[in-house]
Design a protein around this ligand. Structure first.
Ligand SMILES: *[C@@H]1O[C@H](CO)[C@@H](O)[C@H](O)[C@H]1NC(C)=O
Ligand SMILES: *[C@@H]1O[C@H](CO)[C@@H](O)[C@H](O)[C@H]1NC(C)=O
Ligand SMILES: *[C@@H]1O[C@H](CO)[C@@H](O)[C@H](O)[C@H]1NC(C)=O
Length: 627
């Protein structure tokens, strides 16, 4: 709901004629705080969270992140390549045949809007050589416009990467850009034409009062908030994406029976039948936000009552699905496949809702790139084998001496230059290899002071006990590295996401392993201590909650994430605590490095609750011992 708040605030400021720099708040947030910022810069309309009525102080969420910098007109600002917002913007404007790899450089400045200049690496899937291409995109954001979907309106100014079909149409860059814009914005056309660029117009107070009454009735029928109208002074209307009605009125707050002078903003988006966002800004009171529409499930329930609404509920899932397809570049071979994926997607929306409803931490679950996969398909992307509990693991018990003094409240090996950038295992069940290289990279950095990336592909090819993309076990991999004779660098033995011939070259082996240790099961204090004194820890966990994880401290309900079913190998790189003093809630967490690329989770990381063996985090904690 924080982003929803950001959008409303931004709109409000725009009404006041403010500069556009503020609009980027959500994207700033996505990048400025590694730990606190979920990767959901574009997710306003994708969230299917359960609660829709919030006051700003209600419901556990991350503390607001300060906006560090408001951009002035003409000022050029360098943007971190890791900003999820920038990546999302760039990806929207790449030709469909190109896959985004990473941002090289990005800037923005205020011109007639916000002008982005982005240099990125991409790969053309139609190109047989599969070579990387550098693309330069210039994108203009017009923050005073919204697309039909309520997103910020952006358009491509120039791009030097276009697919062959686009190239064949015209060689003129401006013309190509125009064609690309048309392609990506056909859907938003209607919304745009409806939006005159003017400000707000006065609106009949009588009509406004009627609208407000209808709105209040609907809220009362839901979970509130409850207000009674005393008097409506004035009202105005503005066409944004949809209609924004602002009503100045005296209201009685049903909770306290106090009367306040309030500005009520009702943002109606007609294409979402019940999609009215309402903001109550009452003098000396906290801002209260509400929404008519409930979750998808709620909308579906309503369907059974009111038949006429059925197509709207369908529309919403369809719309989310369509958006998902665009965002993650999904194209299905035929209608049958699309229908099947849509069914899975619909089912997953329910799972997402279940996770959100039962969440005990602060995590949000939503649509991710795995949203059209069944859990079986998704599990193919993990790849951790079950340990045979009858057999000894082959590891020595870790010696965890008593720690001198108090543990630091938080600790993060990323800040000590012991963690390499987030990698991507792709569609290959090789998590075990990434978990192990991550551990060895950390130990190596602690030992030598040098941060190096080591090769997973070597393990895929040369570890004969494990099964490359069909899964493996970290225990086996440590032993294999010892037997093979060490690990080569990533660059010398690069990742290919499928098993190849082993071509290990002993002269290129840069790190050797003499064995490994098992940390005591179910003792997170011992893990904490070991992490502080040795380095990042390789763990197995249950990845159920990770399929739809969008950020926050994940503390799923035990029934939804059993510690018995470990299916994913990852790396603990640190820990911390999130405090929510207003709710008497403290959430200790582990910082977990995943191997699904930086677009997943919190820039590739997962924060999971620390202290009660959530999802089995302390069931299979191990580490290599360097020779
Ligand atoms: C696009 O422009 C950038 C920077 O000007 C350049 O490095 C790159 O090679 C260009 N790409 C193509 C495909 O022309
Ligand atoms: C192993 O690597 C070294 C150093 O790069 C190289 O000289 C040698 O030819 C390589 N051996 C094989 C068998 O490829
Ligand atoms: C957990 O490990 C710590 C450190 O090794 C130890 O002091 C403590 O007794 C252990 N706790 C349990 C319950 O085994």
């Amino acid at each position: 709901m924080r982003l929803y708040a950001a959008a409303t605030v931004a709109l409000f400021l725009l009404l006041g004629g403010q500069a556009a720099g503020v609009e980027l708040m959500d994207e700033e947030e996505a990048g400025n705080d590694q730990r606190a910022a979920p990767a959901e810069a574009e997710s306003e309309s994708e969230s299917v969270a359960g609660t829709e009525t919030t006051t700003e102080a209600q419901g556990v969420s991350e503390p607001p992140i300060k906006l560090v910098h408001v951009l002035n007109p003409g000022e050029r600002e360098y943007l971190s390549p890791n900003l999820i917002g920038v990546q999302n913007i760039a990806m929207t404007f790449l030709p469909l045949s190109m896959n985004f790899i990473n941002i090289i450089d990005a800037f923005r400045e205020i011109t007639s809007g916000v002008r982005y200049e982005i240099l990125l690496n991409a790969v053309d899937t139609k190109d047989k050589e599969n070579a990387d291409t550098i693309c330069r995109l210039v994108i203009l954001e017009k923050p005073w416009l919204r697309t039909q979907w309520g997103d910020k309106h952006r358009e491509l100014v120039t791009s030097n990467c276009t697919d062959s079909a686009e190239n064949s149409v015209s060689s003129d860059p401006a013309e190509r850009a125009r064609l690309l814009n048309e392609k990506y914005f056909v859907r938003s056309k209607r919304g745009l034409n409806d939006v005159p660029l003017g400000g707000s117009k006065p609106f009949d107070a009588q009509q406004a009062e009627e609208q407000l009454q209808r709105t209040l009735d609907k809220l009362t029928a839901g979970e509130g908030p409850h207000y009674k109208i005393v008097k409506v002074y004035t009202a105005s209307r503005q066409l944004v994406s949809g209609t924004l009605t602002r009503i100045d009125a005296d209201l009685i707050d049903g909770n306290t029976d106090e009367q306040h002078r309030c500005i009520v903003e009702i943002w109606a988006k007609p294409w979402l039948e019940q999609g009215h966002d309402i903001t109550f800004k009452c003098r000396n009171q906290k801002v209260v936000q509400a929404r008519h529409s409930r979750s998808v499930e709620w909308a579906e329930k309503k369907t059974h009552k009111k038949h006429s609404h059925s197509h709207h509920a369908l529309d919403k899932v369809d719309h989310l699905f369509h958006k998902f397809q665009i965002r993650f570049g999904r194209r299905y071979d035929n209608t049958a496949e699309r229908q099947m994926r849509l069914r899975i997607f619909r089912q997953n929306l329910k799972t997402i809702e279940e996770l959100n409803t039962n969440e005990m931490g602060s995590a949000k679950y939503g649509i991710t790139e795995f949203a059209d996969m069944t859990s079986t398909e998704y599990k193919e992307r993990t790849g951790l084998w079950q340990r045979d509990e009858q057999k000894p693991t082959g590891g020595a018990p870790a010696v965890v001496p008593a720690y001198e003094g108090e543990f630091p409240k938080e600790f993060d090996w990323r800040q000590k230059n012991a963690v390499t950038p987030v990698k991507n295992q792709g569609s290959c069940g090789s998590c075990w290899a990434f978990s192990v290289t991550g551990n060895i990279e950390g130990l190596y950095a602690v030992k030598t002071g040098e941060l190096k990336e080591f090769s997973e592909q070597e393990l895929l090819d040369c570890d004969t006990t494990d099964s490359a993309c069909n899964g493996g076990l970290m225990d086996n991999a440590y032993k294999a590295i010892k037997d093979i004779g060490g690990l080569e660098y990533e660059a010398e033995y690069p990742y290919e996401a499928k098993k190849q011939q082993c071509h290990f070259n002993r002269t290129l082996s840069h790190v050797q392993v003499s064995g490994f240790v098992d940390l005591p099961k179910g003792n997170e204090t011992a893990m904490q201590e070991w992490l502080l004194t040795h380095g990042p820890i390789s763990i197995g966990l249950n990845a159920n909650a990770m399929q739809f994880y969008r950020g926050g401290v994940s503390h799923p309900w035990k029934a939804l994430c059993s510690k018995k079913n470990l299916d994913h190998g990852v790396l603990i790189v640190g820990y911390g605590v999130s405090d929510y003093p207003n709710f008497h809630k403290t959430l200790p967490y582990w910082i977990v490095k995943n191997s699904w690329g930086p677009r997943w989770g919190e820039q590739g990381y997962y924060r999971v609750y620390r202290g009660d063996n959530t999802c089995g985090v302390s069931e299979m904690a191990t580490s290599a011992v360097l020779a």
